[in-house]
Design a protein around this ligand. Structure first.
Ligand code: GSH
Length: 222
């Protein structure tokens, strides 16, 4: 049985992505939660995850003797291991687009990431309004994400029709937009609702809401 090492569901965008893929496609896996303590970057968390892989970050997937780290590498590995499930879309052009937007998500949007950390439990709408006013880079990144989502073929469907790795990659953005109440379009909100209603996403959010740890890096609690 594959094991996926993750950290607190309330905070961990990177853990969320492969977990959603495994869950959405009902792939057999065991979740291994190594929770952040109040200080996420030292102590017990680091010691335990370093024993799994020297990169010492989550997510990590262990499949027998194989250890795969990094969320995108894990999703690629799963797509290769389970070719009968359309983890990537079957259509070649859609697959190329899906891979491009996932790579873009993986390597860009630094302002959104640093200003609007994922925090499923919180309501940072007031802070979000202030950030929106003050940071043109944030507005530009959100606009780019809205254009990506708007370019899907069907407004009532996921990015490539059925739920795929592409949606899992943008799922943490959905929660950030919600937590910070960023002023997005009706079409964007429609996509967000679709993602939030997916059974795998609902399961993750429910578990995140149960978590009690508030980490030191968290700046503004409601
Ligand atoms: N690019 C990596 C990012 C992994 C990452 O930064 N994980 C965070 C948790 S969300 C972590 O382990 N942080 C602990 C640390 O940086 O010490 C991926 O896609 O997996």
């Amino acid at each position: 049985m594959m094991q996926l090492y993750i950290v607190n569901k309330n905070y961990s965008t990177w853990s969320m992505r492969p977990w959603l893929v495994l869950q959405a496609f009902k792939l057999p896996f065991e979740e291994v939660m190594i929770p952040f303590a109040a200080d996420p970057y030292t102590g017990e968390f680091k010691r335990r995850i370093q024993a799994v892989h020297d990169n010492a970050k989550v997510p990590v997937l262990q499949d027998g003797d194989l250890v795969i780290w990094d969320s995108l590498a894990i999703c690629e590995y799963l797509a290769e291991q389970f070719p009968n499930h359309a983890l990537w879309p079957q259509d070649r052009a859609q697959r190329a687009w899906a891979r491009s937007i996932c790579a873009e998500m993986h390597s860009s949007f630094s302002h959104l990431r640093s200003l609007c950390s994922m925090n499923i439990q919180a309501d940072f709408s007031a802070h979000g309004a202030m950030l929106w006013q003050q940071h043109a880079e944030l507005r530009a990144e959100v606009a780019r994400i809205e254009r990506i989502w708007a370019s899907r073929e069907q407004a009532t469907q996921f990015l490539c029709g059925e739920f795929s790795i592409a949606d899992a990659f943008f799922a943490p953005v959905v929660t950030r937009f919600k937590t910070f109440q960023l002023p997005v379009s009706v079409e964007t909100q429609q996509y967000m609702d679709l993602v939030l209603q997916h059974p795998a996403m609902k399961k993750w959010v429910e578990a995140a809401l149960q978590e009690a740890t508030v980490v030191g890096m968290e700046q503004y609690r409601r």
